[in-house]
Write a protein that binds this ligand. Sequence first.
Ligand code: ACO
Length: 435
Amino acid sequence: MADNGTGTNTLSIVDNRTGKQYEVDIHEGDVIRAMDLRQIKVNDDDFGMMSYDPAFTNTASTRSTVTYIDGGKGILRYRGYPIEQLAERSTHLEVAYLLLKGELPTQTELDDFIHEVTFHTYVHENITELFEGFRYDAHAMGMVISGVAALSTFYPEAKDVHDPESRQQQIVRLIAKMPTLAAYAYRHHRGLPYNYPENELGYTANFLNMLFRIGTRTYQPNPVLERALDVLFILHADHEQNCSATTMRVIGSADADPYSAIAGSMGALYGPLHGGANEAVLRMLTRIGSVDNIPAFMEGVKKREERLMGFGHRVYKAYDPRASIIKRTADEVFEVTGRNPLLDIALELERIALNEDFFVERNLYPNVDFYSGLIYQAMGFPVEMFPVLFAIPRTVGWLAQWEEMLNDPEQKIARPRQVFVGSEPRDFVSIGDRS
Ligand code: ACO
């Protein structure tokens, strides 16, 4: 490593094929630009050196100011604010404002934002007809993905992604309408009439009202459960360049409208290795059934016949700070709903995992999804709703990442390279001559 005379450190690379030495600038601590490798060539016809990084395990795709994670120390901050303080002292819509605008709102700014979101919660009646087309047992995530994609046809002006005013309007609409779509999917599944949004209720209370009000004109949610859900929303609002946020940026980089891009991000989130893990955890705990069956299950994990869902993370190699907050929230919820009987299985799995070499050596700790499903189930949500409950708050993060991407002059359409390892050129063979 050397200083290139401008105060920037450089990395010296010697190409043994040619004997040439190259100097590559080191940016922001220890980052090199992949394009700087392109100068490394065997001859003028050579394409130049690329880096190969399947699953992007060591590639930064953006410079971002939204969310900071230190996976080794278990630190998560939104715009510099520790997640613990936000979960303790803030609300989901206040955090949404912070993530989107970069600063905490003043009281007037927050009131205006809440007003805007509240007055965009209705969806076009045709969306309910779209939902009627689904079977009674359609998965809620599939329904909501379709509903969000369909919204793009109701707002064709959303295609104008380079108009900041239009973007702002779609951002508000998306944050406002996601709970409505989610609640409608739930009511469809249950065969219940849809409840329209109630403007005098807050964001989370209104969601609970649309979900659970039956046979009464008014609805007041239990304040402990309302707050618990709001805290879960805060914890899930963003998580920097994860699989679904990257999907949002990739789709958005083609200038697609944000409804189509969010539908794509939701598709990524739906996967059991990502946001679908909360559903998979509940199914796993139910399948284990009792604490007595845990040793056999853990043997299966060590033999790689099973995966301990809700454990492990690409970035966190320490306890996920969100999991600690969720564990505390679970205690508060169970005071109201009664203890979820699966909690004992989850606690025992965690106790064993934190002491077993297999998990310790691989730095496998509970992630955000390990305990969240227990809370959702205690609150009365069916497991099919769990990934949807993740998607509602994460919509904020996706939109913050999308805004940042569109405003970043360095970004352009995302298009990775490949290392081609297929066939050399060969001549077409007629079908009758093929062996
Ligand atoms: N159970 C058992 N073994 C695991 C688990 C697990 N949950 N997670 C990782 N491992 C093992 C892997 O087999 C691997 O072992 P090896 O090195 O001997 O081959 C090692 O730990 C490293 O795991 P990778 O798969 O390389 O880690 P990666 O960063 O690619 O994957 C992931 C991260 C997908 C989250 C993984 O830990 C996993 O599948 N966890 C379960 C699903 C889950 O909970 N997902 C939610 C993540 S949080 C979120 O997205 C909201």
